[in-house]
Design a protein around this ligand. Structure first.
Ligand SMILES: [Zn+2]
Ligand SMILES: [Zn+2]
Length: 313
């Protein structure tokens, strides 16, 4: 492969590319189908592969599929229930980040895509759950002594959060390359999302995001359960807030002090796909100068993008 072709495959997609790809994917225009198709095939293969992986479960096939069903109902109802509640209130706010909606949010499509990603997460959760139900130890422990004591838990959790945050940022950056954007276009088809689209991602992106769940199946990988569940719930709630489309003044004041992402910050990523790649913390956006203000400072003339460059959907 020539250097130029390589560069172009790993070049960053522009916001105009995103608009074009999304329009092509939703209207199925001619000439863009092959690219959409190969990504759709791989997404389908990942979905089928994860669903069928239970057939080789050493913890009992029926046990694994029961764990999948229980996990899916639990994850889907918790995420969609919380998202629906936040959407109910946020859609009633007049001051939306991208201005008043011209059309209602495509809630059914958002729910459909979030349901698929809840299925992906449940396929991953089925492994530790089935292992636990078959009487084997897993990596979750409920006491400080079993977890090695407070200081050790603190250091390990701090390091794990930093590593996972780096993974989330760089995964997102890679998904914005020309080669991999077809796996991320689904999420950007929600230009002015509601919280119901917070986890609306395709199977490949879902797998790249939720794979750490499987680590729980390893008894050697000790996780202190109260902290693990608190951080997981915190991450889910933060992500739902990032997609609600409105600013809650208290959250916008407090979260950036801890270098955490906010609704205003992530909404700009949906309005201009070339900036603000952070998913949890904004550390890597600061380090790589990929915040909207960094881009504006670097290219003052053309980086300026209005609050609603393409209007609400
Ligand atoms: Zn998003
Ligand atoms: Zn993105």
């Amino acid at each position: 492969m020539r250097t130029n072709e390589f560069r172009s495959l790993f070049g960053r997609v522009t916001d105009a590319d995103v608009m074009h790809t999304v329009a092509a994917a939703t209207t199925r225009r001619r000439g863009t189908r092959s690219r959409v198709d190969w990504a759709s095939w791989i997404n389908g293969a990942v979905l089928a592969g994860l669903t069928l992986s239970g057939l080789v479960s050493p913890y009992g096939v029926a046990n694994w599929y029961k764990a999948l069903a229980v996990g899916f109902v639990g994850i889907a109802s918790a995420v969609l229930g919380s998202a629906a509640l936040i959407t109910f209130f946020s859609e009633r706010q007049e001051q939306r980040e991208q201005g008043p909606r011209r059309k209602p949010a495509p809630i059914l499509r958002e729910v459909r895509d979030t349901t698929v990603s809840a299925w992906i997460a449940a396929c991953l959760l089925a492994w530790p759950l089935a292992r636990l139900w078959s009487g084997n130890a897993i990596g979750l422990v409920w006491t400080l002594e079993e977890a090695g004591g407070g200081p050790l838990i603190f250091v390990q959790t701090f390091a794990a959060v930093l590593v996972l945050d780096a993974w989330l940022y760089w995964k997102h950056r890679l998904l914005h390359t020309r080669l991999l954007f077809p796996f991320h276009r689904q999420h950007h088809s929600f230009r002015d999302p509601s919280s119901l689209a917070g986890f609306a991602v395709g199977p490949v992106e879902g797998l790249l995001t939720f794979w750490p769940i499987v680590i729980l199946a390893l008894p050697e990988a000790i996780h202190y359960a109260p902290l693990y569940f608190s951080l997981s719930v915190g991450f889910v709630l933060l992500n739902l807030y990032l997609h609600c489309g409105v600013a809650v003044r208290a959250f916008e004041a407090v979260l950036p002090r801890f270098l955490l992402n906010t609704s205003v910050y992530h909404n700009r990523h949906h309005a201009n796909a070339e900036v603000n790649y952070a998913e949890a913390f904004t550390i890597w956006d600061h380090l790589c100068r990929t915040r909207e203000e960094d881009l504006r400072r670097a290219k003052p003339a053309d980086a300026e993008s209005p609050a609603t460059p393409y209007g609400s959907r």
